[in-house]
Design a protein around this ligand. Structure first.
Ligand SMILES: [Zn+2]
Length: 439
């Protein structure tokens, strides 16, 4: 339905007023408190949402626009309704440094890839509520909201289990893939490799083969319908021991879907040393599967060394503690093994880094280590890929050129069978977005 011109103007003036007010309050926030960065981001998100809405309004067509807007073509003689697009802001006009909101809108519009995120943590609240309802689980709004207001690792684990408890049948995995696609669309992510950890679901009586089949079916539909590309990495899990991991690997080896790329090792790092999984990873490698691991997230640099030496993994998830071992940083630089950086997640768990400003990603990048940017658990940490990149800009002085270089690194860190073609597609979009946003 087309909005009336006056309605659009009124809404835009309200948006401008609110954006000014939010910017004014934001500028008064103290910047030396532990909560400052988080609060600033909350303001930015709100401001950014309003500016997005403003952009949409500016691009709308309106029936019967006033004469002064369309010139004399109407001249009082027209018989038909005249439709005119509201003029948009001149994209070439820029006489100052970009504002943070402009940078954020620009990052959002850039095409991106993401390769370290967990399927359960991509299920948005609406989908989650629908899944509970569909599966006959009674839950009040209050109970639901309380789960998301967690403050520590235990709360995080409880929330993860809570999300898993909504899944009652293999059909539910179709909803989860849809929720992931929604997350991707909102942030212009064109390709993801997502972790699926089957152990808990299998324990709850869900059939592994059926669950993968449902996901692959939906993934193929999405690719067909809108070009969104999703691939799966099966997290064989270190929380339940090596035998369970081997069982999970054997299940993966029975599959014949190109969408399932390989295995990962997530779960409690301190409880499952990498070398215990040597046999599992060797078998996976020999079968042609890709292999990745979470390491250096909750344990020291030795955990990363073990992952490289015993498991010969192709990528390292987190790698935060590598900064403590200069030889390791040098090795990572030489080998160019990609490190999947998850900045918000690392600050939240707080094991090796308490503030965004202190995250080692700046030093890794400067020293030539191969890094790419990821969210890990977007719906749980209330973060998205745009904000992950934006945090690098704000807190760690990454320039626009460096952010684009990181997007390129993100493309080449994937297991996509034709990375050159993927980069070509991403790069041609980047050029268009740069022109449109004048960056
Ligand atoms: Zn992770």
């Amino acid at each position: 339905m087309k909005a009336k011109f006056e309605q659009i103007l009124t809404r835009i003036s309200i948006i401008d007023r609110d954006v000014n007010e939010l910017n004014r309050i934001k500028s008064k926030l103290p910047d030396d408190r532990p909560y400052s960065s988080g609060l600033q981001l909350i303001f930015d998100k709100q401001i950014n949402n309003l500016l997005d809405e403003r952009d949409i309004l500016l691009g709308q067509t309106v029936p019967n626009p006033p004469a002064w807007l369309v010139g004399d073509i109407t001249n009082g003689h027209h018989k038909h309704e005249v439709i005119q697009t509201i003029p948009t802001i001149d994209p070439n006009y820029k006489n100052t440094e970009p504002t943070e909101q402009e940078v954020m809108s620009f990052i959002k519009a850039l095409p991106k890839t993401e390769i370290h995120l967990h399927l359960e943590a991509c299920v948005n609240k609406t989908t989650l509520k629908e899944m509970f309802k569909k599966n006959g689980v009674e839950i009040t709004e209050e109970e639901f909201d309380k789960k998301f207001m967690f403050h520590d690792l235990n709360g995080f684990i409880q929330l993860f289990l809570f999300i898993q408890s909504a899944v009652k049948s293999h059909e539910d995995f179709s909803f989860m893939i849809d929720s992931l696609a929604e997350y991707m669309r909102a942030d212009n992510i064109i390709y993801t490799e997502v972790f699926v950890a089957p152990t808990k679901f299998i324990q709850n009586g869900i059939d592994f083969d059926k669950m993968i089949e449902v996901m692959v079916k939906r993934i193929r539909e999405l690719r067909e319908q809108e070009g969104i590309e999703i691939r799966l990495l099966i997290d064989v899990s270190r929380t339940f021991g090596a035998e369970n991991a081997m069982n999970n690997l054997n299940r993966v080896l029975n599959l014949k879907y190109p969408e399932v790329l390989g295995i990962g090792l997530g779960g409690a790092e301190l409880l499952g040393p990498a070398k215990d999984y040597e046999e599992v990873f060797q078998k996976a490698r020999e079968a042609g599967l890709h292999t990745v691991i979470h390491a250096g997230e909750d344990d020291g640099p030795w955990s990363i060394w073990d992952s490289i030496n015993y498991l010969k993994v192709e990528r390292i998830g987190h790698g935060t503690s590598a900064i403590q071992d200069s030889d390791l940083v040098e090795f990572l630089k030489e080998s160019q093994i990609p490190i999947e950086i998850c900045l918000t997640s690392n600050v939240f768990t707080g094991k090796y880094v308490k503030k965004e400003e202190n995250h080692p990603v700046r030093e890794y990048y400067d020293r030539g280590v191969y890094v790419c940017i990821n969210t890990d658990d977007p719906e749980i940490f209330d973060v998205n890929l745009t904000y992950e990149y934006f945090k690098l800009y704000r807190f760690l002085n990454f320039s626009i050129e460096e952010l684009i270089d990181l997007i390129k690194k993100g493309v080449y860190a994937t297991f996509h069978p034709d990375k050159e073609a993927l980069w070509k597609r991403v790069n041609s979009e980047i050029i268009k977005v740069r022109t449109k946003h004048n960056f």
